[in-house]
Design a binder for this molecule. Structure first.
Ligand code: SF4
Length: 59
């Protein structure tokens, strides 16, 4: 599985970075994926952690 940030939706709140600092960081006010080694379960939890639904999970 692979996480993708929808840059149009991301508000740079930092929740994903705070919860999963190994996978995301905020750059220029938008989250970027720094590591896409997610297990299926983690990826779903990560997608649900974003308050505006900006983290998309792809097969
Ligand atoms: S949790 Fe969502 S809105 Fe907040 S920084 Fe991460 S991707 Fe952006």
């Amino acid at each position: 599985m692979k996480a993708i940030i929808d840059e149009d939706k991301c508000i740079g709140c930092g929740t994903c970075e705070g919860l999963y600092p190994d996978h995301f960081k905020i750059e220029n006010g938008i989250a970027v994926v720094v590591n896409n080694e997610h297990s299926d379960c983690d990826a779903k939890e990560i997608a649900q952690s974003c308050p505006v639904g900006a983290i998309l999970v792809e097969e």
